[in-house]
Structure formats: C-alpha cells, structure tokens
Design a protein around this ligand. Structure first.
Ligand SMILES: NC(=O)c1ccc[n+]([C@@H]2O[C@H](COP(=O)([O-])OP(=O)(O)OC[C@H]3O[C@@H](n4cnc5c(N)ncnc54)[C@H](OP(=O)(O)O)[C@@H]3O)[C@@H](O)[C@H]2O)c1
Length: 207
C-alpha cells in the first residue's frame, strides 16, 4: 500500500519505519521540507522517501498525521479528499494553545477540517518508544500490546486495523469519532501498555 506520513518526529518517523518494514511504500514529510529529512530517511532504510506535505497527502492511499494538534488547520484538505486519514495527534493546551473544540472530540475537529477524508483516530495512545520497540508481528493478537482506534467509517477502520496488526500490535476499537474521547489524554487507557482483553474490559467499565 502507498502510505503518506505528515510529521517526522517521534511518532511519524517510527510509524514510517514500521510501515516500510511491513512492505509498504512510504512518503515522509514535515513542516520544514524534504531536504531536512534526507539523513533521517537514509537512517530509516528502504521503503521510505521524502516529500512535501502535499506530496505525502497525494501519494498515500492511507495518510497519517503525527503533528502537534494545534497545527491540524494546516493539513491540505483538498489533497486529502477521499483518503483514509489517520490522526495520531493529541490536544495539549500548554503546547497547542487554546483550541475551542465547541464540544467536539479532537478527531471530529480534524474531520470537519477534512470533510472529504475518512478520518480514523489511531496511534495517539502509545508512547513512541513502545511503538518503536513493542511490535510483535509473530505473536498471537491477544498477546500483543493494544493500539486503540476510532472512526465513523467501518471500512477505513478495517484497513487501519490491518496496518496495526501488520506492524505487530492488537487493534481495539473505541467507537465513533465522537467516542474517540475514550482514547484521549485523561482516559484510563491513555498511554497504558495493555493487551486487548484488558483493554476491552477497561473500555466496558467506562460505559
Ligand atoms: N511522542 C509520543 O510518544 C506521542 C504518542 C502518541 C501521540 N503523540 C502525538 O502525536 C503528535 C506528534 O508527536 P511527536 O512526539 O511525534 O512530535 P514531534 O517529535 O515534535 O514531531 C512533530 C512533527 O510534526 C511536524 N510538523 C509540525 N507542524 C507541521 C505542519 N503544519 N505540517 C507538517 N508537519 C508538521 C514537525 O516538523 P518539523 O520537524 O519540520 O518542525 C515534526 O516533524 C502530537 O500531537 C502528540 O501529542 C505523541
């Protein structure tokens, strides 16, 4: 599959590496431009090349953002129309400034900004070192660490779940984009390394 990644930091670079290791083609981008990414892409190895944000957006059948949440308004809505779009960012007011959510979850704001995209919230609950180190593609799903996801488009969620499994984690669905609050900062499952059975039990306890 062709995958575009927007944001080349802790989460974006590690996700790009894992997707490429699973056999996908990846275009990795950041805010400063492709020339700033050449060393990183060389380090990551085959399967990943540099691009602008627009190129990553156009290239990917699946496009993932891992940028500070407050910057979501800069994502190129037209180029992302029709794409499965993974939002991994979390809202931290200290970093992102005051963002008026108007009662919506962060992923719903992203969806409003990208009306043509099929938004799935995923990879936002796992600390980057665990994403980098804990994938176990050979282990049974129930023995793996959970990566939570949420979204309104069932097919998009199935495809993102497949990617999560390919890189060695266990996908657990928290529900719709509105319900993605269940995997946001402050939730009992946020940044907690748990296997899927415990993840499902914790979610059930949240109602
Ligand atoms: N760190 C974690 O363990 C973790 C885990 C789960 C989720 N998250 C969330 O994931 C997001 C990324 O976290 P991170 O730790 O990976 O951040 P990071 O290491 O600071 O990297 C952020 C990346 O976003 C890029 N960027 C910023 N604004 C951009 C824009 N408008 N367009 C394109 N690229 C842009 C930056 O590009 P430049 O380098 O060119 O500035 C940088 O490559 C955050 O929202 C965070 O809350 C983080």
């Amino acid at each position: 599959m062709n995958i575009g990644v927007i944001g080349s930091g802790n989460i974006g670079a590690n996700a790009a590496k894992l997707f490429a290791a699973a056999g996908h083609r990846v275009v990795l981008s950041n805010s400063r431009g492709p020339e700033t990414l050449e060393g990183l892409v060389e380090e990551i190895g085959p399967g990943v090349r540099t691009g602008t944000v627009g190129e990553a957006a156009e290239f990917g059948e699946v496009v993932m953002e891992a940028i500070p949440f407050g910057r979501y308004v800069e994502l190129p809505a037209e180029k992302l129309s029709g794409k499965i779009f993974v939002t991994a960012s979390n809202y931290y007011p200290g970093r992102d400034g005051e963002v008026d959510h108007g009662g919506l979850a962060s992923s719903e704001l992203v969806q409003k900004h990208l009306p043509g995209a099929r938004v799935v919230k995923a990879f936002n609950t796992i600390y980057f070192e665990r994403l980098r180190d804990n994938g176990r593609p050979d282990a049974p799903i129930e023995e793996r660490e959970t990566v939570f996801l949420a979204g309104d488009d069932e097919e998009a969620k199935r495809i993102v779940s497949g990617l999560i499994e390919e890189i060695g984690f266990a996908p657990v669905d928290t529900g719709t984009l509105a319900e993605s609050r269940r995997q946001e900062p402050g939730s009992p499952v946020y940044n907690v390394p748990i296997k899927p059975e415990q993840a499902r039990e914790t979610l059930a306890g949240m109602g």
